[in-house]
Design a protein around this ligand. Sequence first.
Ligand code: PLP
Length: 219
Amino acid sequence: MNDFIKSIPKGVKLVAVSKTHSCEIIRQVYDNGFRIFGENKPQELVKKYNELPKDIEWHFIGHLQTNKVKYIAPFVELIHSVDSPKLLAEINKEAAKQNRTIKCLLQVHIAKEETKFGFTISELQKYLSTKEFLKYNFVNIVGIMGIATYTNDTIQIRNEFHSLRKIFDTLKETTFANNLDFCELSMGMSNDYKIAINEGSTIVRIGSLIFGERDYSIK
Ligand SMILES: *Cc1c(COP(=O)(O)O)cnc(C)c1O
């Protein structure tokens, strides 16, 4: 694991994706110095937030149903996976109730698979051109996120990350030119993080390389 950590450049944030793992296991990883953890189920995240040390920065990384935003709004640090205008509106509403600003990334669909959530590029352009997001005072859109196709074809993965990087650069110069916080590009998981970093990722989301393989059968 040390070699792996050394391979992550200083400027790249590492999110330890702890979904499915117990608080005991997460605590061990915490004791090794990790402070940013990522989860993809609201209830599981709340339980872990309550049980684990309060200096952990919790990131939400999966598809988030609007009716569950309220559970994580009091404490979540960054939501990587804003995939609809409706969800952003709901996050703003719940953040307002907590009187806090929630940082968000817009998830862009870059993979070949149909199942991955996110705005398509044209949906994103259309949505951003409405400027609707500007009226939300309790969300701060600090960047974008994407998941590459699950494949061994590294050229395809690289192309997908490259296109996400291009979208990021364009948005930074145009729509978000006035937001100095817009600087995060969340891409890269255990099997493709090196390619992602090469293509300009600023946040990698790593599960299995830190925790080992997930076992979804035990609860
Ligand atoms: C599970 C998950 C990860 C981590 O996956 P690994 O392959 O275990 O590194 C990263 N991002 C998202 C969105 C995930 O759901």
